[in-house]
Ligand binder design. Sequence first.
Ligand code: GRF
Length: 202
Amino acid sequence: LKIAVFASGRGSNFQSIIDNIKSGDIEAEIKILISDRQDSGALKRAEHEGVENVFINPSHFETKADYEKELIDLLKETSADLIVLAGYMRILSPLFVKEFKNQIINIHPSLLPAFKGLNAQKQAVDYGVKYSGCTVHFVDQGMDTGPIILQEVVEVKENDSADDLAARILKKEHKIYPEAVKLIAEGRVKIEGRKVRILKEE
Ligand code: GRF
């Protein structure tokens, strides 16, 4: 499995996938890390790990379509089978999503469909839910709406700040994101309409 990772920030989820590939747990190769932020931790991690990496500055393009065209060309060059969004803070256009149908996955720090969009952990704390968690899903044309691959539940404690909850959720993210990539690498993830079926290990 050839993977391209998109990341805008810290890159801890990117790191967790690298680590699971290095340990031999996932049979895949990260061909490229693409970032829309020059100062992202993800770029530094890629550099440190010897993963090809590139900063593509969206503001250098006249339109979003031009920016995405550059991404698409690059992805075709690298012949990536799977695009892993790991804290990539942009919404991909329907055109881009169509180009890579069922080949893009994302991780979101809530139990979807609750608390879509930004600051999901703060949304959960403010709402007063007792449990939240994280979700790995395929990306479709909506925001945080695609077929769900894996979820993990995390307890919200009474005095949690959004940061407390985010830290507890992040630990689970680092577990289920590599797990989902591994399942895909093993060909065990089947999309059936809105639902994802995970095939049993042979
Ligand atoms: C994670 O909380 C992820 O769920 C969200 O953005 C954050 C990225 O963190 N989509 P990192 O850059 O992987 O450390």
